[in-house]
Design a protein around this ligand. Sequence first.
Ligand SMILES: *Cc1c(COP(=O)(O)O)cnc(C)c1O
Length: 360
Amino acid sequence: MKRVYNFSAGPAVLPEEVLREAAEEMLDYKGTGMSVMEMSHRSKAYDTIIKEAEADLRDLMKIPDNYKVLFLQGGASQQFAMIPMNLMKNKVADYIVTGQWAKKAWQEASIYGKANKIASSEDKTFSYIPDCSDLPVSEDADYVYICENNTIYGTKFKTLPDTKGKPLVADVSSCFLSEPVDVSKYAVIYGGVQKNIGPAGVVIVIIREDMITEDVLPGTPTMLRYKIHADNDSLYNTPPAYGIYICGKVFKWLKKKGGLEAMKEYNEKKAKILYDFLDESRLFRGTVRKEDRSLMNVPFVTGNEELDAKFVKEAKEAGFENLKGHRSVGGMRASIYNAMPLEGVEKLVEFMRKFEAENL
Ligand SMILES: *Cc1c(COP(=O)(O)O)cnc(C)c1O
């Protein structure tokens, strides 16, 4: 068996320990004689799995008691519709468009009401985060929406926008659990788990209780109402049970690693190795404004498309997978989520140095 260094933006690398443990439990989960995949979601064993997952996540993120944690399906993209359907009471929302995912969310919200684009960084290919200290927030906006870490472009909000008192909704898919957050600053935090936590399909929604009401847009399907899932502790219907079980294992792994403070330190150390190299390299360069750089997704280019392609090919042969940039931007991107070991980044930089020497 050989594991590669997987720099994919998502689905992405998971902790090897978690995968091994899941493999060991595959045929007989803790003496139940069955796999978690085969188990009733109403069983005692599963009840413990989902309750522990929630408790561990609450513990990791220090989630206040007046927030619900929901384990839902449909990935992050389902939330692009679910958010306006549930929260657009005045049918007005403000969106900060800092990349493709924020743009998709904004476009989806336009189906349901007036979605205002109050800031954007599209003028410079989303390579920075706009100044959000004094935005034209709409008087009657139901919420202000951001994508906190832009997976494709490699930018991250280092300070949250001033929403002028309006509820803040954030897609944190690609920075989920990468560092501590103050949950109380948000009305809704959500993310697809396949970037930093678990298997695709599961989306975790952390939502302040006052945002959960019966008052949703007419025609909102039952399955897309936060209230139905909150009232049923994420067990209204069969949840993505196996995926939640893996998420739970990752939460335990993170706690063992020292929690989110420790992860932040580790992630900063990893990112610094790569960014320092990019800043000194004569061949490669990062594409993002320095102060807005993501700790998780690091895009870079040589400036020559053929050379980029050659790099991606040779890197793959050397055991560094999925370094090709998103199809919409080209170049390269190294996603260095929680589960990417420091050694993986060190070896990548070593490889880049060698490639530089051979190709300059
Ligand atoms: C990947 C990603 C999405 C889309 O996730 P799906 O689960 O495929 O719907 C949305 N937002 C961000 C920030 C992402 O990185």
